[in-house]
Design a protein around this ligand. Structure first.
Ligand SMILES: Cc1ncc(COP(=O)(O)O)c(C=O)c1O
Length: 273
């Protein structure tokens, strides 16, 4: 039985969550004082959890540690694809060919790279706002203009303003839509109907889309995650980003799965990795 009530001391484990907030949020050092003690804060600023990584994952890591050498590493074992695609099939009723899977040391680095590979100078990157900030940072890093389509807030329940999204996608310079599915920070798990409407707009405008699905396993009971790839079955210009890091509280392992349909984009990615 997993013990969700156990309080695990993360001090002195180089945890960003515990020791990094002064530098990360405030660009300050230890001299910065708050009216509360550090351990009185409810640390919800960075998206990792206070729950232990499950035993089956720890056992796998221990088996790997016992091999004792940690040289340059890549996943060569086909078992990785089998396990991950099996997870997708079981949990989302969707899967993808092995040839589409590449790996990245995190979705953030992949986003930065993808903006560069997909868009040309003068083209724009669109996302739904409020938004996880790194979509904007990825666009800014490559000097791409970003376009925001504000969600409609009805008493805390956010929905897409489809007329606004449609108008912004109709701009031929808007080449890339970064979708957060489910959405950070509103927590919305997009419905099939919403995803189909977004897909129709993307297809009509022949846009690229990155579907960042990193939070897809953390849902309330009774909700289902629908990968955008399940709605856009044959759409070439789709990149899906997933990871075990939120699901199993493994963010420090810096591992993520990027599923690239376009042969050309995959060739660009592979040429640089
Ligand atoms: C929507 C979203 N994408 C990506 C990330 C970070 O991804 P990674 O740790 O794989 O770089 C986060 C982390 O909070 C996130 O909320």
């Amino acid at each position: 039985m997993y013990n969700f009530d156990e309080i695990i001391d993360r001090r002195n484990s180089n945890a960003m969550n515990v020791e990094g907030f002064r530098s990360y949020i405030f660009h300050a050092d230890e001299s910065m004082k708050f009216p509360y003690k550090d351990d009185e804060f409810v640390r919800m600023w960075v998206a990792d959890m206070e729950f232990a990584t499950p035993d089956c994952v720890l056992d796998g890591m221990r088996r790997r540690i016992d091999r004792r050498i940690f040289g340059y590493t890549r996943v060569f074992d086909p078992e990785y694809y089998r396990a991950f695609s099996g997870w997708c099939q079981k949990h989302y009723g969707w899967t993808f060919p092995k040839s589409e899977l590449v790996m990245s040391n995190g979705i953030i680095p992949a986003l930065f790279e993808m903006v560069d590979y997909i868009t040309k100078p003068g083209e724009k990157v669109l996302f739904l706002t409020p938004s996880y900030a790194y979509f904007k940072y990825a666009a800014e890093y490559h000097s791409r203009e970003f376009v925001c389509s504000d969600l409609i807030n009805s008493n805390g329940y956010y929905t897409v303003d489809f007329a606004d999204l449609e108008a912004k996608c109709a701009d031929p310079a808007t080449a890339l839509f970064i979708l957060c599915n489910p959405h950070n920070p509103t927590g919305r798990v997009w419905t099939e109907d919403e995803l189909r409407k977004m897909a129709a707009i993307i297809e009509r405008n022949n846009m690229w889309v990155i579907s960042d699905e990193i939070h897809c396993d953390l849902r309330r009971l009774g909700t289902t995650h629908i990968p955008l790839g399940k709605v856009m079955l044959d759409y070439e210009r789709l990149v899906t980003a997933m990871a075990p890091t939120k699901t199993f509280n493994l963010a420090g392992m810096m591992i993520s799965n990027i599923i690239i349909r376009s042969e050309e984009l995959k060739a660009t990615w592979k040429a640089r990795h």
